[in-house]
Design a protein around this ligand. Structure first.
Ligand SMILES: Cc1cc2nc3c(=O)[nH]c(=O)nc-3n(C[C@H](O)[C@H](O)[C@H](O)COP(=O)(O)OP(=O)(O)OC[C@H]3O[C@@H](n4cnc5c(N)ncnc54)[C@H](O)[C@@H]3O)c2cc1C
Length: 427
């Protein structure tokens, strides 16, 4: 590699920002390489919180990390922009024009050179080509979409209140995203009641549609059953084995011919890589568009390109698209890329260590699983341990990015904020 290598990280999500921060503190600080992060937005959010932003139960202003600020403090560069292609022959990432909110071009399209490229562009929900979904459904794959959903949610609540009617919301996908969103929306309405609508808010009807035989299929059956019971207790209509065959402006059609009317329709099922991976110079992709990598996270086609997190797929050992996997892969590259740059030492295989999984249904309940199959939470102090565990994952991420003292101050600031602001987004 060149004397001062250019390492380009595309995507500042769970994996990309952790990686850029760690590489900045080693290679960047010592001047051995220039680390550049590119992201299509200006700030990082912890994606597992998007359903809370969508419901308005967590204020996203406090939970964004500015890429520019993070870069300036951790010895890496940041450029805003969307990578639209990779020119592998000339080792350049191609960025489209950067536009302001009104659509005017602020930065022309440009290219950025690399010696090593790390793709960390995440994923989005997969509608599997189901007719009408792209046109008639809302998605919560990023902050813009989560905020857009929240705006619509608040407006439709107001409309329902004015009309003395019930607001019906249908969510497709009984995985962690859909299940947690259903609970969080219910919690939001509980909180809204504290502030207005004459303490008598409109009624909310939430339907959760899952094609498989149970919700939360990645968890043990007892968690699926308990979560379904909990959702039904708060009056969420959970329908399993409910395959959606189409969507229109009024609701969803199921494969059995029935129709689920819904004013707001959310698609939270399936996972695929962003479509742009098809423009990455012919890199091998799987059916979901994820970049196929070797166990050491290097593309099977190009030794200068790595892929981590949701946009990657390890051929012989597929891993689930979770924050835990994304973090471990980022840590692995952060540990081994310095030796690659300095001495040409190959990056070894990344061994995933399953530390368990956690799901939290708002403030109502939560469950976790440990690697041995042990289930905790659910009933124990109303699942408090699992809900705390879920929160701790986020705090751990903050501390990792900010450092201990700033991370702890940020926790304190968040807590103080809860004393000042309403506990649900109202404007
Ligand atoms: C609502 C919700 C709840 C979830 N809950 C959990 C949970 O409880 N536990 C768990 O483990 N996982 C959870 N997940 C999954 C988890 O969030 C992801 O697995 C994780 O964020 C993947 O990290 P990543 O770095 O691969 O991608 P991301 O964190 O998605 O980051 C991708 C980044 O790439 C940027 N980007 C995308 N395309 C481009 C481009 N062309 N050019 C430049 N930048 C680009 C994006 O702006 C973004 O910053 C949840 C996901 C959602 C949506």
């Amino acid at each position: 590699m060149a004397e001062k290598s250019e390492i380009l990280v595309v995507g500042g999500g769970v994996a990309g920002l952790a990686l850029a921060t760690r590489l900045g503190k080693t290679l960047g600080k010592q001047g051995d390489a220039r680390i550049t992060l590119i992201d299509k937005s200006f700030s990082h959010v912890w994606k597992p919180m998007l359903h809370c932003f969508a419901a308005g139960t967590v204020q996203n202003e406090n939970n964004r990390i500015s890429f520019m600020s993070q870069a300036s403090q951790h010895y890496f560069d940041f450029w805003p922009g969307e990578v639209v292609a990779v020119d592998r022959l000339n080792r350049k990432a191609v960025l489209g024009p950067f536009r302001s909110a009104d659509g005017s071009v602020v930065l022309d399209g440009r290219t950025v050179d690399y010696d090593a490229l790390v793709l960390a562009i995440g994923s989005c929900a997969n509608d599997f080509g189901t007719p009408g979904v792209a046109e008639h459904c809302l998605f919560i794959d990023n902050l813009i979409e989560a905020n857009g959903f929240n705006e619509k949610f608040r407006m439709e609540l107001l409309r329902a209140f004015g009309a003395n009617a019930e607001l019906d919301i249908a969510i497709v996908g009984g995985g962690a995203t859909g299940t947690q969103l259903a609970a969080e929306l219910h919690k939001a309405l509980d909180l809204v009641r504290l502030y207005s609508f004459e303490k008598n808010p409109p009624k909310l009807k939430i339907t959760l549609l899952e094609a498989g035989p149970r919700i939360l299929p990645a968890f043990p059956e007892q968690v699926s059953e308990a979560a379904q019971r909990e959702l039904e207790r708060i009056k969420v209509d959970v329908r399993t084995s409910a395959m959606v065959s189409g969507a229109d402006e009024g609701g969803f059609t199921l494969k059995d011919g029935s129709y689920v009317p819904a004013t707001l329709r959310v698609w939270a099922a399936g996972v695929k890589a962003p479509a742009v991976t098809a423009q990455f110079g012919g890199l091998s992709l799987n059916r979901s568009g994820q970049v196929i990598v070797q166990p050491n996270l290097c593309s099977v086609d190009d030794e200068r390109i790595f892929a981590v997190g949701d946009c990657s797929f390890i051929r012989d050992e597929p891993l689930p698209p979770t924050a835990q996997v994304a973090r471990q892969q980022a840590h692995h590259l952060a540990k081994h890329v310095p030796a690659l740059i300095r001495n040409g030492t190959a990056v070894p295989s990344c061994v995933f260590r399953n530390k368990g999984a956690i799901v939290a249904l708002g403030d109502y309940n939560g469950w976790g699983t440990l690697p041995g199959g042990t289930v905790f939470g659910g009933g124990l102090l109303n699942g408090l341990s699992a809900r705390l565990g879920h929160m701790m994952l986020y705090r751990q991420h903050q501390v990792e990015l900010y450092g201990l003292s700033r991370g702890l101050m940020s926790c304190l600031a968040d807590w103080l904020d809860t004393l000042v602001r309403p506990s649900v987004r109202l404007d």
